[in-house]
Design a protein around this ligand. Sequence first.
Ligand SMILES: Nc1ncnc2c1ncn2[C@@H]1O[C@H](COP(=O)(O)OP(=O)(O)O)[C@@H](O)[C@H]1O
Ligand SMILES: Nc1ccn([C@@H]2O[C@H](COP(=O)(O)O)[C@@H](O)[C@H]2O)c(=O)n1
Length: 202
Amino acid sequence: MLIIGIAGGTGSGKTTVVNQIIDELKNEEVDVISQDSYYMDTSHLSFEERKKINFDHPKSIDFELLVAHLKDLKAGKNVMQPVYSFKEHNRTGEFIEVHPRKVVIVEGILILAHADIRDMFDIKIYVHADSDERLIRRLKRDIADRGRDLEEVLWRYQTTLKPMHNQFIEPTKEFADIIIPTNRYNTVAVDIVQTIIKDRLF
Ligand SMILES: Nc1ncnc2c1ncn2[C@@H]1O[C@H](COP(=O)(O)OP(=O)(O)O)[C@@H](O)[C@H]1O
Ligand SMILES: Nc1ccn([C@@H]2O[C@H](COP(=O)(O)O)[C@@H](O)[C@H]2O)c(=O)n1
């Protein structure tokens, strides 16, 4: 099994890069695991309390469960991945069964910030876009897809997202084997990663 970690700030284009990379792989060859599925269960809090959570701090992620799931997949076992709702700021109570595959891609803002997870990756990638570009993308996406408005996105950006990015996310660039610039669509970098995967696998 080849495990690839793809980190980078919110809106940098991690999900887009993952989709481009797996485009030429067959479904049965690849698992994509998003760190977003491992936000802590916050069912004990009211919706108003959940809205105030700092979702860009490493403490908001259930890394213990993510490590356990990666170890299980590596050992050939299926795992039950929680489903997360950005609209509810909580897990939905549903699960998706994930089966071990030849390639496992783990993507998320903080996945290179956790030493145990970092050590499990065969290839570490950091996706980089400038902060103004990321904010514009985040605004558009969160309003269109995640039930947010302009005020919410800007409030979160100023209070938690930007300081946490500078403290916990951007510094993990130094752990990356490959840095992909994504201010524009970067097909050359995606081709290179696809070639590395095919080289290692087939
Ligand atoms: N290179 C790019 N150029 C322009 N827009 C992009 C690019 N990469 C991603 N986007 C757009 O930006 C938004 C956020 O991208 P996404 O891949 O979801 O980022 P992330 O997973 O890092 O938060 C999406 O609407 C996506 O279509
Ligand atoms: N309830 C939540 C949980 C997380 N976020 C934000 O999601 C971002 C990470 O996801 P990406 O797909 O953009 O990498 C992170 O910056 C959190 O602020 C949220 O808004 N609400």
